[in-house]
Unconditional design. Structure first.
Length: 148
């Protein structure tokens, strides 16, 4: 079977590209710098993560213990129950709707409180102790008790 003109042209182009590639390879070999040592080719990282041609200063080396490395959520220490109890003042309470807000004395944040979280009936400006629990819409006060 006879080759078509298109096949012959493709074959010529392939041969030409091979020849050019071999010439470029030979040219790179000839122009390569001779005598380049292994140390000249090394690259180092400095303490900031930047590439450098100088080795790092051994005096700046930081030793990290394997036990100090934490991957994921860090271990939490057991919480003292007394630390969870906060003090605050009722700034607003609507008896008809059954909710209000308590202003935390330490953080000055306003915390939502629902009537179901109360142990006693409260009014505005009443001093209370409470615990904070995160709800779907933010912080909620629970176990609210009046300070006497």
């Amino acid at each position: 079977m006879a080759e078509t003109w298109n096949k012959k042209e493709r074959e010529k182009k392939k041969q030409q590209n091979k020849k050019e590639k071999a010439e470029r390879k030979q040219e790179r070999k000839e122009h390569a710098k001779d005598g380049k040592s292994f140390d000249d080719m090394l690259a180092y990282l400095d303490e900031n993560g930047n590439l450098s041609s100088k080795p790092p200063d051994p005096r700046k080396k930081i030793v990290v213990k394997l036990e100090d490395i934490e991957i994921g959520v860090p271990k939490q220490l057991p919480v003292n129950p007394e630390d969870l109890i906060r003090k605050g003042v009722v700034t607003f309470f609507n008896d008809a709707k059954g909710y209000g807000f308590i202003k935390d004395m330490e953080t000055q944040e306003s915390v939502f409180v629902h009537i179901n979280s109360l142990t006693e009936e409260v009014k505005e400006h009443t001093k209370v102790t409470f615990e904070v629990e995160m709800g779907p819409k933010g912080a909620n006060a629970v176990n609210v008790k009046i300070v006497k």
